[in-house]
Design a protein. Structure first.
Length: 142
């Protein structure tokens, strides 16, 4: 029998990232949703700020999920699919797959431990808020 060890973001760390991202969203004057998932893409912590729609909650969760599952920022996925017709038509149609900014993997010592997703503003604002969450926990920004 064989097995492997893996690391995953703690609830405490997820809350610190969530608070850092929410502070940035407030600074920008945006009502946003922020989601943190573990290394498997399972929701660990989330916040739908006052005034943010339920759609932003779902999109934030999907951005975090996509980023964790593919170990890549969601904005980088557009470049992957845009010039490849089968991927362009297939990947964005995949349930929960997001190809615009606002989702980032969370790495520790080069290993995926979770991901953050933000929705509620223009995707560049979502990216800025997500990066603030990463900075709050000292995670590299990819």
């Amino acid at each position: 029998m064989t097995s492997f060890a893996k690391r995953s973001i703690t609830a405490e760390t997820a809350l610190v990232a969530l608070q850092g991202a929410a502070a940035k969203a407030r600074q920008l004057g945006q009502a946003m949703s922020i989601a943190l998932v573990d290394d498997s893409g399972v929701l660990k912590a989330a916040l739908r700020m006052d005034g943010a729609s339920d759609m932003t909650r779902a999109i934030a969760e999907d951005k975090a999920y996509t980023s964790a599952c593919l170990k890549a920022p969601t904005h980088a996925l557009w470049d992957l699919v845009k010039n490849d017709p089968p991927l362009l038509h297939g990947f964005p149609g995949t349930r929960r797959a997001i190809v615009f900014g606002g989702g980032y993997p969370i790495l520790e010592a080069g290993q995926l431990i979770g991901a953050i997703g933000v929705s509620g503003g223009q995707y560049s604002d979502d990216m800025e808020v997500a990066r603030a969450g990463l900075m709050a926990i000292g995670a590299p920004i990819g």
